[in-house]
Design a protein around this ligand. Structure first.
Ligand code: ATP
Length: 365
């Protein structure tokens, strides 16, 4: 559905150039909910706007549904209205002095499609029913709540029957509770309509809830593409691992037998690769298990609980192993508030990276 090759975009900022997109290659399948995730300034919005036709890249090509809509070398740059897209912006871009129906109708009667009044009316009603605002047609837009404005913006994007729905941080102006509710509704609606969606966010939880696949971006590049499970379990580097949730890092060195000699002792790794020099191994707090002292297991270590917090459905504790603190998240029934414990680090759950890996920070520059 979306096919992007070698997309580049530079912006001039004062006396220096900012490389907002540094040669992006991306394929999004029809019906896929695809999320661009990354910190502020990573190039997500520039990529989305380039797909929409609102930004003119400096190089590369974009095809939508098999049609070349942008090519620098072939001098093709189709305008946004010729690309079959619906778009929802962070700001909603709703006219306060118009009614809900008028806001939606504008794109139908003044855009490329120029529908008749009655056709437009039918589309408006259908779009409003999709977002559960059936009785809001004649409501002045200035009287809508934030959540309702968001839904009108979504209805307007859907009213053009787009092949592709583009959304740029559409939930960031909603409070936390409403954001959760709306994101679930967006996901259900996209699935029901079988629509292809490209969605920008800097919130990894939002990305994981919505996405079939996620592209993690930093500094104008895609660092990794995968489904939420792959990105959480098999991150391409330590920054991506951290971006998707908390993780314990242990420094160490590879031993000749494939184990890693870490600061808490030698650990067996499921898929050891031979790295020269130092390595870091990571394990998420929920993957560290508290086990009986007698358990016959690889990577079994003795430690001491130094702090323990009961948080209702789970317990977070810090376990001192040697001189290192390891964070452990366990079920309340398994936890111990203090004293000696035995922990197990399952080898399949341990990730490993070279210490000196030239990594790109996911922090904004
Ligand atoms: P955010 O989440 O903050 O919107 P983003 O990941 O969407 O960030 P972009 O808005 O695509 O990032 O910006 C990428 C880089 O390009 C940033 O360094 C930004 O400052 C720069 N940039 C974007 N638009 C312009 C512009 N019109 N003029 C100059 N620099 C720009």
């Amino acid at each position: 559905m979306i096919s992007i090759t070698g997309l580049r975009k530079n912006f001039q900022s004062g006396d220096h150039a900012v490389a907002a997109l540094q040669g992006i290659d991306l394929e999004v399948a029809r019906g896929e909910f695809f999320v661009l995730l990354g910190p502020s300034g990573s190039g997500k919005t520039t990529l989305l706007r380039s797909v929409a036709g609102l930004e003119k890249p400096d190089g590369g090509e974009i095809s939508l549904d098999g049609k070349l809509v942008f090519s620098k070398s072939r001098r093709i740059a189709e305008p946004p209205e010729a690309r079959g897209i619906g778009m929802v912006f962070q700001s909603y871009a709703i006219w306060p002095h118009l009614t809900v129906a008028e806001n939606i109708g504008l794109v139908l009667t003044h855009g490329r499609s120029r529908l008749s009044k009655s056709e437009a009316q039918t589309r408006i009603r259908h779009a409003l029913s999709l977002v559960q605002l059936d009785d809001f047609e004649n409501r002045p837009a200035r009287l809508l709540s934030g959540g309702q404005q968001q839904r009108v913006a979504l209805a307007r994007a859907l009213a053009v029957n787009p092949a592709l729905l583009l959304m740029d941080e559409p939930l960031s102006n909603l409070d936390a509770r409403l954001r959760e509710e709306v994101r679930t509704n967006i996901k259900k609606l996209a699935t029901r309509l079988g629509i292809t969606a490209l969605y920008v966010t800097h919130d990894q939880v939002e990305a994981m809830v919505l996405a079939d696949r996620i592209a993690v971006m930093a500094h104008g590049e895609i660092l990794q593409i995968g489904n939420p499970f792959e990105l959480y379990r098999a991150p391409a580097n330590s920054q991506i691992a951290e971006f998707f949730g908390s993780i314990n890092w242990l420094h160490g060195k590879m031993l000749a037998d494939g184990r890693v000699d870490t600061e808490i002792g030698p650990l067996v790794i499921a898929a050891p690769r031979q790295y020269e020099g130092g390595v870091v191994v990571g394990i998420r707090p929920e993957d560290v298990k508290l086990v009986p002292a007698s358990a016959e297991l690889e990577n079994r270590l003795a430690g001491n609980v130094v702090t323990s917090f009961f948080l209702g459905d789970h317990v977070m504790c810090e376990v001192m192993i040697g001189a290192t603190i390891v964070n452990v998240k366990s079920l309340p029934d398994d936890a111990k508030p203090a004293g000696g414990v035995t922990v197990h680090l399952p080898k399949q759950r341990i990730v490993i990276f070279p210490e000196a890996e030239p990594q790109q920070s996911l922090q904004p520059r």
